[in-house]
Design a protein. Structure first.
Ligand code: FEO
Ligand code: CA
Ligand code: CA
Ligand code: CA
Length: 608
């Protein structure tokens, strides 16, 4: 009998080997060039990076820390000029600052007002013009578009139903409509009208209280007064940073409403460097991983969003009005008004979108909701009442415009119990994550009911107890764990990047970027294209519209999971990091960086 032919990947490249070492690796025949590193000047008059003499002032003129989401928005049709927009999610003080060492996470004894301001300046967003010359992208430092946005320096507007609500007012802002900055911008998105979306994820971690428990730990519960239930649902205050010691607005004892001003999606117009970024409350308040958009066939814009916490939910926003080609003022109001819904998955391969609308169902004053503003400020509490499906940490949610299917990265959930699984979250515990595929009926992203399936169940397929499911043609290098970000390339193909956090020693694989087939008999076939240096996670990825450049972001090199893994075994510090990628110079710390990957000699990525 004839043997069936093995499935063939639709991606044309030679897979790299999984593993871990001090540097990055890309498929043979490709160049991965460092485009922007933490500290690189992004203005002509910016000071050169000097890690031993940092200042907030210098940092506000330089590329920020921990690059996460990346978008490339062309400035013209030549394919050689564009704006790269990059989120700077968070900071790792122990590898950023000389002589600091690892901090106690209660009092952060070594942190000073000056170091906190540098951290704040290193957060936010960078927008930088880049130009392609002789096959290499370089920053254009003289561009009028270049901009740093930070929680220290950039005032933002608030719009939508919660703007101006009493719970958004503070002593610095009696209007409830002006917020200083954005925080913990993880993934994001961009819109059909050319703007950039930065999602605010773990905002709770930046809030602080002076109150301590009997053991001397800072309180994380029982605070918030009238808002106590909301605080607990959002884990405010998280106490991850020392900012509240020096800036009262991050101290919830002094400014109890400040946490309500974070956890939103921020729209930024990169083409207008003087514009005020807008926090769109209509898209809800939660730990927004990302905010990827697609234009529905009726012209309405649809935004898919995950709330990245264990047992939290998947969301969708549908604008009320339709997109109008060329009418920027109209389009820039589309995210201000629409319907936010949360997902409930059925056991039968169908799923429902449940609208979060004040006055409907349980979202009433009897249950603590006085208005749509309350529903949006406490999106999680509202979604709890509607019976949304608790998911295994929803990260990036990526619509594919070529197929109209949508891919949900569920990174992992080690707290799920074996007796509390469901069809959409089938493993308990789920240490390695999975990817759910949504199919809107007839490609209608605004429909009330979708179909769904699982694309891949992650982890090592050779270990039966793990229960991983891949296309059998996937190699030992090709399977992965903890999907986080995703992108669709110019040929409508899916790419997935991983973030295993401190648990990468469980797989022995550094995080990386994988090309994953979704169609035909190659469905579920994954192949490794790029690998991070030790301790880093893989962010970005983003394809230029011509498919010839792939931007990836290497986040927090040296920091994750190195402590117990030879030969890197150490808890990295500035003086003794697990890697000094990408400079490998004495005295130079590891530097989160964005890379531009191109085929040597040009051509479409992974296409012959
Ligand atoms: Fe910032 Fe959900 O990763
Ligand atoms: Ca992420
Ligand atoms: Ca994405
Ligand atoms: Ca993650």
């Amino acid at each position: 009998t004839a043997k069936a032919a093995a499935p063939v990947s639709s991606f044309d490249f030679a897979e790299i080997d999984a593993g871990v070492d001090e540097t990055h690796h890309v498929a043979r025949g490709y160049d991965a060039a460092i485009l922007l590193r933490w500290g690189d000047p992004i203005f002509a008059d910016a000071p050169a990076f000097d890690p031993a003499n940092q200042s907030a002032e210098a940092q506000l003129r330089q590329f920020g820390y921990n690059n996460d989401y990346v978008a490339f928005l062309p400035l013209d049709d030549t394919g050689t000029r564009g704006l790269i927009c990059v989120n700077h999610e968070y900071t790792n003080e122990e590898v950023m600052f000389p002589g600091l060492g690892r901090q106690d996470k209660v009092d952060f004894a070594g942190m000073t007002a000056e170091l906190v301001d540098i951290e704040m300046a290193a957060h936010g967003v960078s927008i930088v013009e880049i130009a392609l010359e002789n096959g290499t992208w370089t920053p254009v430092l003289t561009s009028r578009f270049n901009r740093r946005i930070s929680p220290l320096s950039t005032e933002m507007a608030v719009d939508g139903p919660a703007a101006g609500h009493a719970r958004l007012k503070t002593s610095a802002d009696r209007t409830g409509k002006r917020v200083m900055g954005t925080l913990n911008n993880c993934a994001g998105g961009h819109t059909p009208w050319g703007t950039y979306l930065a999602a605010e994820e773990n905002f709770h971690g930046y809030f602080w209280t002076d109150e301590k428990d009997a053991e001397g730990k800072r309180l994380t519960k029982g605070l918030g007064g009238d808002q106590q239930k909301s605080y607990e649902r959002y884990a405010v205050p998280g106490g991850w940073y020392a900012w509240g010691r020096f800036h009262d607005r991050f101290n919830v004892d002094k400014e109890p409403n400040e946490p309500n001003r974070f956890g939103w999606v921020v729209e930024i117009d990169p083409n207008d460097p003087g514009s005020t970024p807008v926090k769109h409350t209509a898209l809800g308040r939660f730990r927004h991983e990302g905010a990827e958009t697609i234009l529905n066939s009726d012209g309405r814009v649809v935004v898919y969003m995950g709330d990245d916490a264990r047992f939290d939910y998947l969301y969708r926003f549908v604008s009320r009005e339709a997109y109008r080609e060329g009418d920027k003022a109209h389009n820039m109001a589309l995210l201000s008004d629409g319907t936010l819904s949360v997902a409930r998955f059925g056991e039968d391969g169908s799923m429902e979108w449940l609208p979060l609308v004040f006055g409907e169902g349980p979202l009433t004053p009897e249950n603590g909701f006085e208005s749509q503003a309350d529903v949006l400020i406490d999106t999680r509490l509202a979604a709890d009442l509607l019976g949304a499906t608790p998911m295994d940490r929803p990260e990036d949610v990526q619509p594919n415009p070529a197929t109209d299917r949508v891919y949900v990265m569920l990174t992992n959930n080690t707290k799920r119990k074996a007796d509390a699984t469901d069809a959409a979250n089938p493993r308990g515990p789920n240490a390695f994550g999975h990817v759910v595929e949504l199919t809107p009926p007839g490609g209608d992203h605004a429909a009330e009911t979708f179909a769904w399936d699982i694309l891949v169940t992650c982890g090592d397929p050779r270990v039966a107890e793990i229960g991983a499911v891949w296309n059998p043609a996937t190699s030992d290098s090709g399977w992965f764990a903890s999907p986080d970000n995703a992108a669709v390339d110019a040929d409508g193909r899916l790419w997935i990047s991983t973030d295993q956090g401190g648990s990468w020693p469980k797989t022995g694989k550094a995080d990386g970027l994988y090309a994953v087939d979704t169609e035909g008999d190659a469905r579920g076939l994954s192949r490794m294209f790029f690998r991070c240096p030790v301790g880093a996670e893989m962010c970005g990825p983003y394809f230029a519209p011509d498919g010839e450049t792939l931007f990836v972001a290497v986040q927090h090199p040296a920091t994750d999971g190195t402590k117990d893994y030879a030969p890197f075994a150490r808890a990295s510090t500035f003086e003794n990091p697990a890697t000094r990628w990408p400079d490998f110079e004495p005295g130079m710390p590891p530097r989160p960086s964005v890379l531009a990957i191109r085929k040597t000699g040009g051509g479409r990525i992974a296409k012959d």
